[in-house]
Design a protein around this ligand. Structure first.
Ligand SMILES: Nc1ncc(C[C@H](C[SeH])C(=O)O)cc1Cl
Ligand SMILES: [Zn+2]
Ligand SMILES: [Zn+2]
Ligand SMILES: [Zn+2]
Length: 305
């Protein structure tokens, strides 16, 4: 059965999305934005006070990399927090009154299911193409952002295989199409990964600084200090290229170049002791501190948008 302090199976998450939607009393709706390669429904949860006028929005995805299990756990935690504290927590109430939050709890569902059933360390999608016996592409190298120019491989057997063309992975195309359709309202993009405890922003595909570098850095530092205030967890903030590694085809760079100004990649706990195998005992503290980071960033954005 579903638990917020366990790494839930896809089956449990599907049941959870349905029950949360029906009990959300109008605060949340769900929409399928397309299917994965193996035919699973990519489901976006839209959270926010119902309004006849269009509201500015945040888009957050989790689970783009299959083995990074703490990521989908955070998206589920965020949804629970949003629905359960609306009306009592002033920050969450004003956020959901003034903005909509789109949450994609699991981006790479086929890969996530595969890590539960067979290879815990799988990272990529599960697409197959004649001509290679190797499976899948790295969805975070498959976006049309400096595609395959650096930090990615054109070898289908590589864990950072960039795909045959930009958006060749149907999961990537489904998300890119959704964000393009809604780009006039989407003001912020958050993509949740693990591990390393980093708050990254554009660019990863070049060492050039983003036009909004100073502002992006300020928001990141505010968010990471809010995060640190709870358990003292230390995050490093900065552009991807110099803070983690140069790499092209990432979703944050793509969203930023599309015009989504506040575009961030979170790398959650830990720094390598457990890595992708973060114990379930750390789900709660990780999610609680990350909630503070997201709320801290939103507070900053709402002040200026
Ligand atoms: N634009 C990007 N932003 C963040 C990262 C780091 C993640 C960490 Se798992 C990755 O390697 O895909 C990678 C890229 Cl290409
Ligand atoms: Zn279960
Ligand atoms: Zn990742
Ligand atoms: Zn990572």
């Amino acid at each position: 059965a579903h638990s917020y302090t366990k790494y839930n199976t896809w089956t449990d998450i599907v049941a959870w999305m349905s029950s949360m939607t029906s009990s959300s009393s109008g605060l949340m709706t769900k929409q399928v934005i397309g299917n994965t390669y193996e035919g699973r429904a990519m489901t976006v949860l839209k959270i926010g006070k119902a309004s006849s006028s269009t509201k500015p929005a945040i888009f957050m995805d989790c689970g783009i990399h299959a083995r990074e299990w703490i990521s989908p756990a955070f998206c589920q935690w965020f949804v629970k927090e949003a629905l359960s504290t609306y009306g009592t927590d002033s920050q969450m109430t004003s956020l959901l009154d003034q903005m909509d939050v789109y949450v994609l709890p699991v981006f790479n569902i086929d890969g996530y299911d595969f890590t539960h059933k067979s290879n815990r360390m799988w990272r990529k999608t599960r697409s197959r193409r004649s001509g290679s016996s190797c499976i899948g592409a790295d969805p975070n190298r498959n976006f049309d952002a400096g595609w395959c120019s650096m930090g990615a491989s054109s070898n289908p057997c590589s864990d950072t295989f960039c795909g045959y063309t930009p958006e060749s992975e149907i999961e990537v195309k489904n998300v890119a199409d959704f964000i393009r359709r809604n780009k006039s309202t989407i003001k912020a993009y958050l993509t949740i990964h693990s591990y390393s405890q980093l708050l990254l922003f554009p660019y990863s595909y070049t060492y050039d600084l983003a036009a909004d570098h100073n502002e992006l850095m300020k928001v990141a530092e505010g968010a990471s200090s809010a995060l640190r205030s709870l358990y003292g967890t230390r995050y490093t903030s900065g552009p991807g290229a110099t803070t983690i590694y140069p790499a092209a085809g990432g979703s944050d760079d793509w969203a930023y170049d599309l015009g989504v100004k506040y575009s961030y990649t979170f790398e959650l706990r830990d720094t390598g002791r457990y890595g992708f195998l973060l114990p379930e005992s750390q789900i709660k503290p990780t999610c609680e501190e990350t909630m503070l980071a997201v709320k801290g960033a939103v507070k900053f954005w709402r002040r200026i948008s």
